[in-house]
Ligand binder design. Structure first.
Ligand SMILES: [Zn+2]
Length: 409
């Protein structure tokens, strides 16, 4: 029987923390306090981060990026903050960028485009009262001490990544501010003044009401207002999540033409809430999509969940047209990561049990990653029918990772 296909521009995953994949299927019950909420989940996430080394992270990230590729994601914005050794001391000398180069090598092995969004992370958070919290033992791995030292290390990182990329053009550097919880106002201003304005800049924004309340208590502003005051609300900024916003926040992000990276599967998994994606797009912001913690890796499910969330929020169907959903998965992501147009594409079955009879333009409402038969990135056929051309079945890569690193099993 001959198959029928649609050729689809390949999606771009604008928000990833590769190591969060360890938590898939482990956080739903049995933890102290039950399945808990975002904050108890965060404790489990820190436990996973505590044990990573450059070698184990390269092996894990290779599997995660291979899973992304076979699932149809052609590029990834890796929001990276596990910078230093397990005791918090910077890796020294030639090993300085060990964790960052591990991610770059993993991306190269998987054949995915990587924009490494190296993240500034300086303090442990904000208490409800607005008091600044000290870094905990795990968070010490994330911090460079102050914004100036983060900028210095960030400046050296570009050349180190270029050496790994070796002219292939798959690996590049962007920047991130972890959140207003982790980076204080003076450091935000330092970054606004000192960071190359051509680089994409990402920030976690208002994922939880508690962040808004603590930010208000500490600084008398919303997180969006604080970024605006620091001069960071521009078109190169991408706000990740943007779940709990005021009308003024939405207007400010829209007027700036900021990117908004919605992570619908993660926001549902963590009980974050449903962000005002339609309102943000109407105000002038540009929607992109990310898989964040990788509870699932499927660009079609993220597109569908973006629309479903908007429907559940508004009581209306068709909040985003199928064309807008495709754009969020593709051009919104390219813009958010500072990537130019390219020819990356997927071949998607239009005759499967899920897609038979669908209008081609409406595949975002019917297909899943299981319908993707070919993934073409940078002129190469990288994956076919769930199997990576060089690395094989990503499930085997995960099995090897968990076997070699029993501390994560
Ligand atoms: Zn995130």
């Amino acid at each position: 029987m001959s198959r029928s296909f649609a050729r689809v521009p390949a999606p771009v995953n604008a928000h990833s923390h590769a190591f969060h994949r360890i938590l898939r299927g482990r956080t739903h019950q049995g933890a102290p306090g039950g399945a808990g909420n975002f904050w108890s989940w965060r404790g489990q996430m820190y436990h996973a981060a505590a044990g990573l080394t450059p070698a184990s992270y390269e092996q894990l990230a290779t599997a995660v990026f291979a899973e992304m590729v076979v699932s149809g994601w052609s590029a990834v914005g890796e929001f990276h903050y596990v910078h230093h050794d397990v005791d918090g001391a910077p890796y020294a000398g030639a090993a300085e960028h060990g964790m960052e180069l591990a991610l770059a090598r993993a991306a190269q092995a998987a054949g995915i485009r990587l924009v490494l969004l190296d993240s500034c992370y300086l303090q442990g958070g904000l208490a409800a009262s607005g008091t600044v919290l000290e870094l905990n033992e795990t968070q010490k791995r994330f911090s460079d001490g102050d914004a100036a030292r983060w900028l210095e290390r960030h400046g050296r990182l570009a050349a180190a990544l270029a050496a790994v990329d070796a002219g292939e053009g798959l690996v590049g550097l962007g920047a991130a501010i972890h959140s207003v919880r982790a980076v204080p106002p003076a450091a935000l201003e330092h970054i606004a003044a000192g960071l190359d304005p051509a680089l994409p800049l990402h920030v976690h924004l208002s994922e939880q009401p508690a962040e808004n309340e603590a930010c208000q208590a500490a600084y008398g502003l919303s997180p969006t207002g604080l970024l605006e005051r620091a001069g960071l609300l521009t078109a190169r900024l991408s706000a990740v999540h943007a779940t709990h916003l005021s009308g003024a926040d939405i207007a400010a992000l829209g007027a700036a033409g900021a990117g908004i990276v919605m992570c619908p599967s993660t926001e549902a998994d963590l009980g974050d809430g449903i962000g005002p994606a339609r309102e943000l797009a109407d105000a002038g912001a540009v929607i992109a999509l990310g898989s964040d913690q990788h509870a699932v890796l499927d660009p079609y499910l993220e597109q569908r969940a973006l629309e479903h969330g908007a429907r559940l929020r508004s009581g209306e169907r068709g909040c985003f047209s199928p064309t807008e959903l495709s754009a969020a998965a593709r051009t919104g992501g390219l813009r958010s990561l500072g990537l130019g147009e390219n020819e990356d594409y997927l071949k998607v079955r239009t005759d499967s049990v899920r897609t038979a009879g669908s209008r081609a333009a409406q595949l975002p409402l019917t297909a899943t990653a299981a319908d993707i038969t070919e993934v073409h990135i940078n002129g190469q056929l990288v994956a076919r029918d769930g199997i990576h051309f060089r690395l094989g079945d990503p499930a085997g890569l995960y099995a090897a990772f968990f076997k070699a690193n029993p501390e994560f099993s």
